[in-house]
Design a protein around this ligand. Structure first.
Ligand SMILES: Cc1ncc(COP(=O)(O)O)c(C=O)c1O
Length: 394
């Protein structure tokens, strides 16, 4: 006899709960601010990706309101009638921002990664992906059916071994894909060395700048620009949902690549276009980001100070050098306890557990915002120190 759905679902979720891995949805108000409200509590917000604080910028609201007077919905796929002039203008602006020939707008970053990897890669190709790349990259690779090689985090020696192995097995084409800033670790891919390897092995390089676009590089163009290797990246992917404070994503590169995606990328072809209200907000946000040197300076200053204070307190922040700062504590139960204790102290840092991070590497993930005041960052550090001392977790 076949099993009942309810009993097997209950069994599995029960097992997750026992291992402190159950996830629940908790509403938050004012999540775009540095102080939000969750479960009736006012908490300092160290858990958003709104790095520049733009999600609540009044100009974005005005852009949305103005555009909404013409209607709200995306109405159809880009390839039917969901493609308007403002979208085209935005794509030209993104290409200018990234210094590429062309760019393509996507509904979100997950779909951009899923779509570009599954469209480009064929089973005869080999793809090389950092072990800690985002889930959307992992899923895009799975969907492509390409020969998949996962290299150890940031480990280019391991990558080279795998590149050689793929050549020996006769892979037709090769593609390396990596986050530039890693979302749960806040460390940075060694892009200059990756470029050397991509040249040596005649591979393509695809870069996910989700956590770097807007935050790093001149005018916020991204980590590849910051490190001076933008020209060597074949496809730049990024999202407008984080530092840009809106929603949507882009892929930018040479015209041939973009034209190929327009023809083959299923998450672009078979879904409704991003609504024009969001296109208008993204265009406004892009201008704010490009003019946002002061915001970036504040964010980097606050982040550096925060990292230093956590290290001085003896906490393990891994290899973070950015606005994303993990406090790696190990067991999931401990991460949950510490997150709760911090909330008692008025600070929100959500516990990140497997499968998002490897087993035994559960953590609190802190993310800084340019709009955090110095006093707010100091208050958070004081609370973290108190909680660390009480929890005796080092
Ligand atoms: C590295 C990385 N890539 C892609 C995405 C997906 O972007 P979006 O939120 O726009 O779907 C995320 C978001 O969590 C991310 O961290």
């Amino acid at each position: 006899m076949s099993e009942s759905w309810e009993s097997t679902l209950r069994e599995e979720t029960g097992a997750w709960a026992e291992r402190h891995l159950l996830r629940t949805l908790i509403p938050a108000q004012q999540a775009g601010q540095t102080v939000l409200i969750r479960e009736g509590r006012r908490l300092l917000n160290f858990s958003s990706n709104n790095y520049l604080g733009l999600a609540t910028h009044p100009k974005l609201g005005l852009a949305v309101a103005e555009s909404a007077s013409q209607g709200v919905g995306g109405v159809a796929s880009r390839l039917i009638i969901g493609h308007n002039e403002e979208t085209e203008t935005l794509e030209r602006e993104i290409a200018r921002f990234k210094g590429t020939e062309a760019a393509l707008l996507f509904p979100n970053g997950y779909m951009a990664n899923l779509g570009l990897l599954s469209a480009l890669l064929k089973p005869s190709d080999a793809v090389f992906s950092d072990q800690y790349n985002h889930a959307s990259i992992v899923d895009g690779i799975r969907l492509s059916g390409a020969q998949s090689y996962r290299y150890r985090h940031l480990n280019l020696e391991h990558l080279e071994v795998l590149l050689k192995r793929a050549d020996a097995k006769g892979a037709k084409r090769k593609l390396i894909v990596t986050d530039s800033v890693f979302s749960m670790d806040g460390d940075v891919a060694p892009l200059s060395d990756l470029v050397q390897l991509k040249r040596k092995y005649n591979a393509a390089l695809v870069l996910d700048e989700a956590h770097a676009a807007g935050v790093w590089g001149p005018g916020g163009a991204g980590m590849a620009h910051h490190l001076g290797v933008a020209e060597d990246v074949d496809l730049h992917m990024g999202t407008f949902s984080k530092a840009f404070g809106v929603y949507g994503a882009y892929v930018a590169g040479k015209k041939e690549w973009i034209q190929y995606l327009v023809n083959r990328c299923r998450p672009l072809i078979y879904t409704t276009a991003l609504p024009p209200v969001l296109v208008a907000a993204i265009r406004t946000s892009l201008r704010l980001v490009e003019a946002g040197d002061n915001l970036r300076r504040d964010l980097h200053e606050r982040s550096a100070w925060f990292r230093q204070k956590l290290q001085e307190a003896g906490l393990s922040i891994g290899g973070s050098t950015t606005q994303i700062v993990p406090w790696i504590v190990g067991e999931s139960e401990q991460a949950i306890k510490l997150s709760r204790a911090l909330a008692e102290e008025g600070v929100l840092a959500v516990a990140i557990r497997p499968p998002t991070v490897p087993e035994g590497q559960s953590r609190l993930r802190f993310s800084l915002m340019a709009t955090h005041t110095k006093a707010e960052v100091e208050q958070a550090v004081a609370a973290i120190r108190r909680v660390a001392e009480q929890g005796a977790v080092r």
